[in-house]
Design a binder for this molecule. Sequence first.
Ligand code: ASP
Ligand code: MG
Length: 420
Amino acid sequence: MSFLVMKFGGTSVANVERIRNVARHVKREIEAGNRVAVVVSAMAGVTNQLVAWVREASPLHDAREYDAIVATGEQVTAGLLAIVLQGMGITARSWQGWQIPILTDNAHGVARIKDVPGDKIRARLEQGEVAVITGFQGIEPERSRISTLGRGGSDTSAVAIAVAVKADLCDIYTDVDGVYTTDPRIVPRARRLPKVSYEEMLEMASLGSKVLQTRSVELAMVHRMRLRVLSSFAAPEAMQPARPETWDQIGTIICSEDEIVEQRIVSGIAYAKDEARVSLIRVEDRPGVAARIFGPLADTNINVDMIVQNTSSDGKHTDMTFTVQESDLERALDVLKVAKKDIGYFDVKSSSDVAKVSVIGVGMRSHAGVAAQMFKALAERGINILAITTSEIKISVLIDAAYAELAVRTLHALYGLDKD
Ligand code: ASP
Ligand code: MG
């Protein structure tokens, strides 16, 4: 017998018929003797609609009321799934964040989970009852107000519940059947990865393969909670129930590096097109200038990603290039304009026609030459590199957006990821 958390996203619970399909997945596990807590998102599109209504009511709205409104989508799907399960003869009960309770801080709209006492739910599971839990929401205990965890937050709810009830596995059901070596829409020969390490998944999640909320992977990594990404659209009865001997046969398991026996240097290629480049031309080259550029950007909550500073040819001036999220570009340019005198630069240039392409793999820690191979392959295709950043397990390059697909395909083949 295993203790499972099964999480279903918005497209998997988009209407009552799909909720019935979800219930059949749950039934399969219960009949196999497993104990199940389910975490659900709102029906696809519902959270967007709720957010739109809040903004229509007032662009400068109260964050506590925003949460009171946007948390309702999950209340509906949790209740509906409990009803459908009961109709199938399965004992089930819905739970909202405050009932468990999922305790969060007071950063309404982007709250972080502080603590989840798991005893009550664990006891229900042990009795064979299915707990159907609202994703995305919690409670801020000081004022006893409903809070929400930020968009995509149900993944994080699922991991937090899994940790709290000491689950053996946290299954994330979604509309893809696993994590791929790259986006299969760009590279049809992309392969499903049977296992990915937490570290690799973190890089992939934050680099634009939007399978999981980054925070959920961080939380799973801290608690060594095994995650599995799998499709909810597969016929529920045709799927194997979760058993430790066979649970790595479907989907993708996200786990510790030492559980992965397959030797590979590069695990995946990620890309992000929502980047923008800013170049400051002829910045005065003196101590403190970087702080004067990036301080005001940080103060306005603009995340800077890649940074390149050219060496100064005359000892007095240099060019500084960096990237921000495309949606932050206008604000970043405003901030730089205001700070122009203080920073001291000649001109500012920007472009949002750029893309970031990244090669990810824990094997890079012990293998030299991965970067050199990458730069050579891109050069052979005539792709110019505008900026580079690296970490222990990742190399990212910024290139002209028009070449993004070509770069991804080239690198996918280069590192032997194409399926034969
Ligand atoms: N319903 C929320 C959203 O759309 C949370 C989630 O689906 O994970 O962001
Ligand atoms: Mg999601």
